[in-house]
Design a protein around this ligand. Sequence first.
Ligand code: HEC
Ligand code: HEC
Length: 159
Amino acid sequence: MKLSILPLLLLAVLGTARAADYPLDAPAPDGRRPGGTLSQTLASPTIANDENKDLKRERNYPDQPPTIPHSIRGYQIDKYGNKCLTCHSRANSAKTQATMISITHYMDRDGQPLAAVSPRRYFCDQCHVVQSDAKPLVGNSFENIDKLLQDDANAARKP
Ligand code: HEC
Ligand code: HEC
């Protein structure tokens, strides 16, 4: 009995020493939390609604997976079925007027075209995401290639 309690006591003492080094109510570390301290439980912000404007968005570069301009709540993608393909597959896209998935979705990783959607492109939301009206958590100074080309042209025109 005595033997088994000793390590526990030691742990308890060491534990309080550590806790003093790192006070539990330190300020929360980054801007993702709206203030407060680490030990405080704050009400979570409400989940933003998915944008559902049905307007295709500009891509920042040609290889970007286009973002999804419609809500996908409740759309199932698993081994039993793929809701996205009921609109976006080659066969169905004419009926639904949804963009047909491009040829890359029918290629294996060696670039060989397949008859059906490649397994590596089956889980659409691995790459395609909906957008919401949420404020960005971090800044972003990305400029697309058109802007860079324009800046270059403007610089060349100056005497
Ligand atoms: C009921 C039919 C339907 C279903 C189901 C559907 N989509 Fe769509 N999708 C569309 C249509 C129509 C468009 C064209 C823009 C619009 O009307 O929203 C579109 C647009 C898109 C685009 C933009 C394409 C571009 O060129 O910019 C992406 C990406 C997309 N859908 C992905 C998905 C994914 C991923 C799923 C499954 C989670 C899905 N869609 C399910 C009909 C559908
Ligand atoms: C591994 C990432 C990945 C997965 C998984 C994926 N896509 Fe894509 N998708 C892309 C990329 C990258 C592009 C843009 C370049 C291209 O066409 O390959 C694209 C383009 C598209 C486009 C626009 C095609 C065009 O010609 O403008 C549609 C629509 C689309 N995907 C729908 C889907 C659907 C539906 C699924 C699921 C069946 C899916 N994607 C799965 C990466 C992916």
